[in-house]
Design a protein around this ligand. Structure first.
Ligand SMILES: *Cc1c(COP(=O)(O)O)cnc(C)c1O
Length: 364
């Protein structure tokens, strides 16, 4: 929690220099104490489901700071947003626009929307977590943009307030954000030529963290991140730049704590078999993600292990040929940088119990 507070302080310090508006991408972690801390820091919420919209409101985040994205919003989710007068729906297709308009008419409301545009900018990250290319399911392609804009202007209960982008996740190469900024500058002309005033430019999230060295880089380089946009994105008068950061806010603040059940000698390798598996942390199995692993119980010289879980799937492996302090049954293992996309992606596969989360504040 201390690291989370320090991270939030740094985000506020760096973003307020340019009056940037930062929202927290709820899907990274919705632990109540984490949300409370983020709400108190004054961040808005970026939601991708009705459940997240409700969780944001329940955490005390004002509806005027709630935005709602996602390619497949169900009617009840849209209605929830309308009833609570959320700030903005980030809309990803023509049929979605039409449904939001119909539902808004039925409620006598006007929905503020931003068009999520697919800028065809590569995020230079794992292909499972890149979202801004034409072949991705997300967003409206640039070739369709004029058609969509024409349509929006005919919809009675829709108010177009901005444009939205999100090119991917775990992005550490700042040139991707520079490319995004340049693309946005080009797109702004399209709207200007049609005399459409946009008040919100939303560049999404995606800032990466250092999974290799969580102890040396506990807080991402927000200064460099915001600077790219400050230097390359040309805001028009009256426009606010919105960000939706998830991983960069919470990832370094959490570890998955597990116990070694067995050390098993294979023919050519040793396996450290943990009592946690992809049911508690799915990122390695899902995206071949790396998490630093530390044996908190051992100071012995390093040995090499495949660190695996107990689930009946070969993909239930955290790391292959991994060097860590010599390990025995009962040792406590930390999988670091698990604060984002960890607990929230847990499942009960194999009828396992969902893991419990504890905060450092509770232990004080
Ligand atoms: C997932 C997501 C984010 C946050 O991504 P991070 O990589 O965690 O910063 C932001 N915006 C949208 C629309 C998302 O889907």
């Amino acid at each position: 929690m201390d690291l989370l507070r320090a991270t939030l302080t740094e985000i506020k310090a760096q973003s307020s220099r340019s009056n940037f508006d930062v929202h927290y991408a709820m899907k990274a972690n919705v632990s109540p104490s984490v949300l409370k801390c983020i709400m108190e820091a004054g961040l808005g919420a970026d939601c991708v489901s009705g459940g997240e919209v409700q969780a944001a409101l329940d955490a005390g985040i004002p509806s005027s700071k709630v935005v709602f994205a996602g390619v497949g919003k169900a009617d009840w989710e849209i209605n929830l947003g309308l009833e609570n007068d959320i700030f903005c729906f980030n809309v990803e297709s023509i049929p979605e626009l039409e449904v939001i308009n119909e539902l808004a008419i039925a409620k006598g409301k006007t929905a503020q929307v931003a068009l999520r545009i697919n800028p065809n900018v590569s995020a230079h990250t794992h292909h499972y977590i890149t979202t801004g290319l034409n072949e991705n399911k997300f967003g409206i392609n640039m070739s369709e943009l004029e058609k969509v804009t024409d349509l929006v202007l005919t919809l009675s209960n829709i108010k177009l307030i901005g444009i939205h982008f999100h090119i991917g996740s775990q992005i550490t190469d700042m040139s991707s954000f520079q490319a995004l900024s340049v693309r946005i500058n080009e797109l702004q002309e399209l709207f200007e030529n049609r005399n459409i005033n946009l008040s919100v430019i939303n560049v999404g999230g995606g800032l990466g963290i250092n999974y290799e060295h969580p102890n040396h880089f506990p807080i991402p380089d927000f200064e460099a991140y915001f600077k790219v946009f400050r230097e390359h994105l040309e805001l028009r008068p009256g426009q606010t730049l919105h960000f939706e950061l998830g991983r960069a806010v919470v990832a370094q603040c959490g570890s998955l704590i597990s116990r070694v059940l067995y050390v098993k000698e294979g023919t050519s390798k040793k396996f450290a078999i943990l009592d946690a598996g992809f049911t508690e942390l799915i990122r390695p199995a899902l995206y071949q993600a790396y998490h630093r692993i530390e044996n908190l119980s051992s100071n012995l010289p390093d040995e090499v292990y495949d660190v695996v879980g107990p689930i009946c799937e070969s993909s239930d492996s955290f790391a292959k040929d991994y060097s860590m302090n010599a390990t025995k049954r009962g040792d406590i293992i930390a999988l670091r940088s698990a604060g984002a996309y960890g607990e929230i992606m847990a499942s009960q596969y194999n009828l396992r119990k969902l893991p419990k989360a504890y905060t450092s504040d509770e232990l004080k």
